[in-house]
Design a binder for this molecule. Structure first.
Ligand code: CO8
Length: 371
């Protein structure tokens, strides 16, 4: 194989929300709801809402805070959703702005000019709009020739996007591809839902993938990759273009992220560990050759379980780094943010795995070796 991860780049919003801040707002909402519905709750026709807790969130998920595009809107008990100012058609769209910033960071780290890039893939859980493609808007803003397209595979958007780029390089269609993963998740989250209000944060990450001949001995050679999907309703959002035409118009809550967290945990962990071990065998790799696993960042306990199954032993924190404490779950960007933040200390020839998993279900593996 001849594709190389040359560099990565990151964008985060300026503001973040701690568990304590989020829980204080949620609990104020619960207190008000229960007071306003006291009679109906007493009659048994309305169910009282339970408060959230920072202790539960950190223990169940490993999350301590999350970045957001608008802290004030999220923490306003009368609103509990970020405020997004509409932009004119001739202004850069919000997710394009985030993606372009991450892409510029990746290009700068590689010392590359936009003219060196042949294609842009925008891959993420949800696109801000369907057309024109977000990737084409970003391509234009960056000043890249060639072509761009959008794709979505929920939490596996990052790895599936990279694999598309790797395949384009392997087939000679492109010599340099930018994969941009803008995950603006907080507008998709129901901040009034106790089970999920803490889970997601906003971020954008970009990966520059080049042909090895152009990479000048810098970066990470891709030594194996695979994709897997298996239908499940356990993580779902019914947001879509048909909503406005449905009679009766669907409840807005149905358009937010919902999941059966326990089922996801139980079904996805063994599925992913088995996929990684099978992929390793088919690429002639062994668990003890993996210096680091950059796993999807949904839940710290999930990552501990998957990493232990893959290594076949207890492991040190830097063998499977976690970024959930600072970022929370950033959907398709998570494993790439972990890679971006924690890829130091590798000698030439040492190997690691970038692996995503989540809604779909979907899972993607990209095995890399330091040049
Ligand atoms: N505060 C206090 N207590 C709570 C809270 C809360 N906020 N929430 C639940 N509890 C209580 C429950 O009521 C329950 O109480 P009891 O035992 O009395 O019934 C107790 O805590 C335990 O509840 P759970 O069993 O639900 O808790 P878990 O330990 O399972 O933890 C998790 C919940 C964290 C959700 C966990 O199940 C998990 O992380 N599972 C994996 C989920 C996962 O990986 N999902 C992937 C989603 S990401 C993805 O695929 C991308 C989709 C696209 C994203 C789009 C962007 C928005």
């Amino acid at each position: 194989m001849s594709a190389v991860i040359r560099s990565t780049g990151l964008w985060t919003p300026d503001e973040s929300v701690s568990n304590d801040e989020l829980v204080a707002c949620f609990n104020a909402y619960v207190e008000r709801f229960n007071a306003e519905n006291a009679d109906a709750i007493a009659r048994g026709s309305v169910e009282a809402k339970n408060p959230s807790s920072s202790g539960f969130i950190e223990k169940a998920s490993g999350i301590k805070s999350r970045y957001t595009i608008d802290k004030a809107g999220v923490l306003d008990v009368d609103r509990m959703r970020p405020r997004v100012k509409p932009r004119a058609n001739d202004e850069l769209a919000l997710t394009a702005e985030a993606g372009v910033a991450a892409a510029r960071d990746a290009l700068a780290r590689a010392g590359r000019d936009p003219r060196d890039v042949d294609a842009v893939i925008c891959s993420g859980t949800s696109m801000q709009r369907t057309y024109p493609c977000m990737a084409i808007e970003m391509q234009d803003a960056l000043g890249i020739e060639g072509f761009g397209f959008d794709m979505t595979v929920a939490c596996s958007s990052g790895t599936f996007g990279m694999i598309n780029a790797i395949n384009m390089i392997d087939t000679g269609m492109a010599k340099s591809v930018l994969v941009i993963v803008p995950e603006i998740t907080t507008p998709q989250l129901n901040f009034r839902d106790r089970d999920s209000h803490f889970i997601f944060g906003d971020v954008a990450v970009a990966v520059l993938i080049e042909h090895e001949d152009a990479a000048g001995g810098q970066g990470w050679r891709v030594v194996g990759r695979n994709m897997m999907t298996k239908f499940s309703n356990n993580i779902r959002s019914n947001f879509g273009f048909l909503n406005a035409s449905e009679d009766p118009e669907p409840d807005f809550d149905d358009r937010y992220f919902v999941q059966e967290g326990r089922k996801v945990f139980k079904e996805v962990c063994p599925m992913v560990a088995e996929m990684i071990l099978n992929d390793m065998a088919s690429f002639g790799l062994k668990p003890d050759q993996m210096k680091r696993l950059w796993l999807h960042q949904a839940n710290i306990n999930m990552n501990m379980l998957v990493a232990r199954k893959v290594f076949g032993r207890d492991f040190e924190p830097d063998e499977a780094p976690v970024i959930l404490d600072e970022f929370a779950n950033t959907a398709g960007a998570g494993s790439l943010v972990a890679f971006h933040r924690h890829n130091d200390g590798f000698e030439t020839g040492e190997k690691g795995l970038i692996c995503s998993f989540g809604a779909g279900y979907s899972a993607g593996t990209v095995f890399v070796e330091k040049l």
